[in-house]
Design a protein around this ligand. Structure first.
Ligand code: FPP
Length: 239
């Protein structure tokens, strides 16, 4: 682990917020905020690899985002395509394993196949697991998990927290220790509602397109200073 950090999270989850405000403040269309926001995603991935973070989950398109103007939704889909097609080779070279959480089947055209292809190509990479939350909603994820449990004939007595976790889209991902939200908003917005039960929150006023490696460094440092008690008393208080 890099010596600059007291504690390093294994998994960082990020709510990338503020693309629209960033664009509006510059007199630009919202789409430009999303485009520059995609550059910030690329920067974040590189920074996570540099800092030896093992899992990164980014909230890029929620189940609620379909209600945005059609043009904006289409533009976001094109950006996803640009990442899983045009960036695939360089992400693969960097050792990034691409995964997806949410419902792929609703994506337009053959975009779902392009995402599946990127998942397959990068399957053996080990530097960083990148979970792209796309057409993702935390409640939808729980509904999906409950349906599958019923379909599998799971008995009520066998339901426990571990079992529920194993039915989520994130079944092979540890819970995030650190959740970052940009643009100063203080809410979870239906993101990883089960998995973030004990995550430490770092909320920064920085708008997503401006989020830098230095902002990530500061968030990890802040996480390192937190006393994580998980409902117990702190280790120093119990001495
Ligand atoms: C929230 O900002 C951001 C989104 C809904 C989209 C996030 C998408 C990207 C960063 C680019 C695409 C990413 C990938 C992985 C291809 P907002 O538009 O709600 O901002 P506002 O609250 O200021 O309007």
């Amino acid at each position: 682990m890099s010596e600059e950090f007291k504690k390093l999270p294994t998994h960082i989850a990020v709510i990338m917020d503020g693309n629209g405000r960033w664009a509006t403040a510059r007199g630009l269309p919202r789409a430009e905020g999303h485009r520059v926001g995609t550059e910030a995603v690329r920067r974040l991935i590189k920074a996570c690899v540099d800092f030896q973070i093992k899992y990164l989950t980014i909230y890029a398109f929620s189940t609620e985002n379909w209600a945005r103007p059609k043009e904006e939704v289409n533009g976001l889909m094109l950006l996803l395509e640009s990442v899983v097609v045009n960036e695939l080779e360089s992400l693969d070279k960097e050792g990034v394993r691409i995964q997806h959480i949410g419902r792929l089947e609703a994506l337009p055209g053959n975009l779902a196949d392009k995402v599946r292809h990127a998942i397959e190509v990068t399957h053996n990479n080990e530097k960083l697991v990148l979970n792209i939350a796309w057409n993702y909603g935390g409640r939808d994820e729980l509904v999906c998990a409950i349906k599958h449990m019923i379909q599998d004939g799971v008995k009520a007595d066998d339901v426990n927290e571990q079992l529920v976790s194993s039915y989520l889209f994130t079944s092979d991902t540890p819970d995030p220790e650190l959740l970052i939200r940009t643009s100063g908003e203080q809410r979870l917005s239906n993101f990883l509602i089960w998995q973030t039960a004990y995550s430490e929150w770092v909320i920064t006023p920085v708008l997503w397109p401006d989020f830098s490696k230095e902002d990530l460094r500061q968030a990890i440092i802040e996480y390192g200073n937190r006393d994580r008690r998980f409902g117990k008393v702190s280790s120093s208080a119990s001495k």
